[in-house]
Design a protein around this ligand. Structure first.
Ligand SMILES: [Zn+2]
Length: 214
């Protein structure tokens, strides 16, 4: 485990390594960011966003919270998505969950978690929406894994409910929303292959905020 002082030493080494690879690395970094991706993932320390996608600084705009939730009353995630879509004009929004997610696990336990209750409620709501499918899975570990996937799916749907996302997509055909799950045991990213157009069509009857009749 690195000590606190060690972190600054690590930073100095990182600066040297980057400069050795590209002398103008930090000059380029200091210019405007133009990432193509917005990544919304879990705060879990074992899921480092840039690293698992092989992306360098400047290539991905990142938001992380417990269990990668997209809640319409969370000013933080709403601001991140709005800035990424309206100003950075990202082409893809990725919601990435992970198996062995403590937040999802906690939501499966019927217990008063104090301050965490309203946050975990979002995941309990996902369970309620998919109760029949989940309760039909007798193996508890498999049910837990499926809830991780369904949570990602529902958060992707929450992203598509946003006016900024819908309006940009109608106009530009981006951003496209993707749902992924990271497997801690293998390091592999799994694409849930959600059909973004299908999701958008499915919610438009109720959540159409594009200002059009369609
Ligand atoms: Zn997690």
């Amino acid at each position: 485990m690195a000590t606190y002082e060690q972190l600054f030493e690590n930073n100095r080494k990182w600066v040297e390594e980057k400069k050795a690879g590209d002398a103008s690395f930090f000059d380029k970094l200091a210019r405007d960011q133009q990432p193509d991706y917005l990544y919304i993932g879990c705060s879990d320390s074992r899921v480092p966003a840039n690293e698992i996608m092989g992306l360098e600084p400047g290539e991905v705009f990142v938001h992380r919270n417990v269990a990668n939730l997209v809640n319409a009353t969370d000013l933080n995630v709403m601001s991140v998505i709005n800035y990424a879509v309206v100003h950075l004009k990202v082409k893809h929004i990725i919601v990435c969950g992970h198996y062995n997610c403590g937040g999802v696990r906690a939501a499966m336990i019927p217990k008063d978690m104090g301050i965490l209750n309203p946050w975990l409620r979002n995941i309990r709501d996902v369970y309620r929406l998919h109760k029949d499918e989940l309760n039909a899975i007798t193996n508890e570990d498999k049910r837990y894994e499926r809830l991780v996937e369904l949570n990602v799916q529902e958060q992707c749907i929450n992203v598509t409910k946003l006016a900024s996302v819908q309006q940009s997509y109608v106009k530009n055909k981006f951003p496209v929303v993707h749902g992924w799950v990271f497997d801690l045991h293998t390091g592999i990213l799994k694409d849930l292959n959600l059909d973004f157009d299908e999701i958008l069509r499915g919610i438009q009857e109720i959540y159409n905020l594009t200002g059009s009749e369609e």
